[in-house]
Design a protein around this ligand. Structure first.
Ligand code: NAD
Length: 359
């Protein structure tokens, strides 16, 4: 069956980095038997400009028909002043909600060649390979009631509701246990069960699901301790599962351990394994159009797409190995360059990965 991949370049550096990932997929199609077609669509600011909405109906239709989606990034100063519902980031929230992408997978992997790029000592981070599984559809970001109200005293109060149902916890826990099974079989669940009832239930349900996975070792950490451990001794972790709010913060912290956001891919999956794949960084308007953006996070997002949605782990592995070889040879874009190295541009980096794939 020919797989349909919807490509959404988006805004800023999005089109530049996605073009390189598309080259890589095209090479796999021509040389390594990938059976897929790429279709292009609009999401974010470019969609507002052309079709009047950040997640237009046409894109919605394409997204539902696709087996997997590859996104660049959305947003930029051009759209910061427009009405809130039209802002590019709303398009991203809308597509995630529409496709019920509830499981966000964010690997934080430090290529040994880049150990010096981390703010931490190389011996603490060298060989780091963590997967953070963040719940994406629930928690305080979506809980009702929420708002800003005026009290009888005349003072205003902002309020949100942290909320998790048992089925929501169960389904994300299963994704995390399954992921741990494909790695080193260690799962750490992060919560704040000493203070929050929502977390108390989280811990209980994750513990119950664990009985179905006796081959995976489960541990629990409070989020404050988890943040500390991530910086103190990050290599103790294999897979971390946590809620939307804690995951938002911890995954950025883990990303920084690796030194460059230009290297990190992500996946957001639905129940059937269909997913939206994107680099964790934004549209980088400060470097857009200059041809200097690092395309590797997007290329590695394409590898995740092959692994998780198209069930092609060998092809995914080929991309990851090709990226490793390119780094071995000393190729670096500006964001990961070290002193004494001449940085290469976006296209040259993409071409080098394609060349490594052909070896
Ligand atoms: P950003 O991630 O776009 O940029 C932060 C810094 O990292 C910048 O200096 C940028 O030049 C650099 N950078 C990012 N990606 C890079 C790459 N591939 N190669 C080299 N350097 C890279 O974050 P920001 O500046 O806070 O946000 C810019 C815009 O992106 C905003 O409109 C924001 O809303 C949007 N945004 C979108 C997403 C998304 O589409 N998922 C995520 C975050 C931010």
């Amino acid at each position: 069956m020919t797989h349909k991949i919807l490509v959404l370049p988006g805004d800023g550096i999005g089109p530049e980095i996605v073009a390189e990932a598309a080259k890589v997929l095209e090479c796999l199609r021509q040389e390594h038997g990938l059976d897929a077609v790429l279709e292009y669509g609009l999401l974010g600011g470019c969609a507002v400009d052309e079709l009047g909405a950040p997640y237009p109906e046409e894109t919605r239709r394409q997204a539902h028909a696709a087996d997997a989606i590859l996104l660049g990034a959305v947003g930029g100063p051009r759209w910061e002043q427009i009405d809130r519902p039209l802002r590019p980031e709303r398009g991203l929230l809308a597509i995630r909600a529409d496709l019920e992408l509830f499981a966000n997978l964010r690997p934080a992997l430090l290529y040994p060649q880049l150990a010096a790029a981390s703010a931490l000592k190389p011996e603490i981070v060298a060989g780091l390979d963590i997967l953070i599984v963040r719940e994406l559809n629930g928690d305080i970001y979506f809980g009702q009631p929420r708002g800003i109200r005026t009290l009888d005293s005349g003072e205003r109060e902002g309020f949100n509701t942290m909320r998790y149902s048992e089925p929501e916890i169960e389904r994300i826990a299963r994704v995390a246990f399954e992921a741990a099974r494909k790695r080193h079989r260690k799962l750490c669940s992060v919560d704040k069960a000493n203070v929050l009832e929502a977390s108390e239930l989280w811990r209980e349900v994750v513990g119950r699901v664990a009985r179905e996975y006796p081959d995976v070792t489960l541990s629990h950490l409070y989020v404050d301790n988890a943040a500390m451990q991530l910086v103190r001794a990050p290599k103790q972790f294999d897979v971390i599962v946590t809620g939307n709010l804690f995951g938002d913060i911890l995954s950025d912290c883990a990303a920084m351990l690796t030194g460059s956001i230009g290297m990190l891919p992500s996946a957001s999956l639905d129940r059937q394994g269909k997913g939206l794949y994107e680099p964790i960084h934004g549209s980088a308007p400060d470097i857009a159009g200059k041809g200097v953006a690092n395309p590797l996070a997007t290329i590695l997002s394409a590898a995740m797409l092959l692994r998780y949605s198209l069930n092609q782990p060998q092809l995914a592995g080929r991309i990851e190995e090709a990226v490793g070889r390119v780094l071995d040879r000393g190729l670096r874009t500006l964001d990961i360059t070290a002193s004494g190295m001449t940085p290469v541009g976006t296209q040259a980096m993409g071409d080098a990965v394609v060349a490594a794939l052909m070896e």
